[in-house]
Design a protein around this ligand. Structure first.
Ligand code: SAM
Length: 228
């Protein structure tokens, strides 16, 4: 038996490519986006009451990771990319039905639009449903997860003077906290854990319409080289 689902809207996100998106929501509070709702959900009545809610669950499709062949085991980057675990023990994008879920901050509501932050979603992500976060039910004080017991350790981010100046100028033009966004995303160390890059190797990612380049001058440290 199969069921059909249809998006209720699409996310316009600061993340234009998968690389450098944090691996869970809230790791980059400066990561912002807008969920644009489709008819008939773009009417005010569909959002009536949501102004009383600070955070929402988004159920969405990993539309750039959909696969025909289901996987039973996955290799999460968190485990260095070289240890596999069962698909249902992970939050990997490789899933039987390609469904992702994230709790994100609801900053502002307009008719047909939700302004969100702390997102971990690629631009263009199709959203299947929105549900209010319910603190007493969704936050489990005694919960444990031996695979991901704590947030990933963040690493220090340094700037070349010119890169910082460029980032500040783009931030002003965009009206977005771009410096914070770059720092929060790079502090997660987006590179696959098994890669040990040479100091001269440059990495890059696109945030909003801005290209960011960085390198690893020494183990456990990132320096932003260019923001253009
Ligand atoms: N919080 C969600 C969950 O637990 O279902 C997502 C976790 S998943 C490990 C996060 C990664 O999904 C991000 O780092 C990004 O690379 C990837 N991602 C985000 N949106 C995507 C999309 N629409 N299609 C494919 N991959 C996506």
């Amino acid at each position: 038996m199969s069921y059909q689902v249809s998006p209720i809207g699409y996310v316009h996100s600061c993340f234009k490519e998968k690389f450098a998106i944090p691996r869970q929501p809230h790791l980059a509070p400066a990561a912002r986006g807008v969920l644009e709702l489709l008819p008939p959900f773009d009417k005010a009545e569909a959002l009536d009451g949501l102004e009383q809610v600070s955070h929402v669950w988004l159920l969405f499709l990993f539309h750039q990771a959909l696969e025909d062949q289901p996987r039973l085991k996955v290799r999460p980057p968190r485990l260095g990319g070289n240890r596999s675990i069962g698909v249902f023990a992970s939050r990997s994008t490789h899933r039987p039905n390609g469904i992702g879920q994230s709790v994100v901050k609801l900053d502002r509501i307009e008719t047909g639009r939700l302004w969100l932050s702390g997102i971990d979603l690629l631009d263009g992500t199709p959203v299947l449903d929105i549900k209010p976060y319910v603190p007493y039910a969704d936050s489990v004080a005694q919960a444990r997860n031996g695979i991901a017991p704590a947030p990933p350790t963040s690493i220090p981010v340094q700037w070349n003077d010119l890169a910082l100046q460029e980032a500040r100028e783009h931030a002003q033009r965009l009206g977005e906290p771009l410096v914070e966004l770059i720092e929060q995303c790079l502090a997660q160390d987006p590179r696959p854990a098994y890669q040990q890059p040479e100091p001269e190797r440059r990495y890059g990612a696109r945030l909003w319409d801005v290209d960011v380049q960085w390198h690893y001058p020494q183990a456990g440290m990132i320096r932003v080289l260019q923001v253009s």
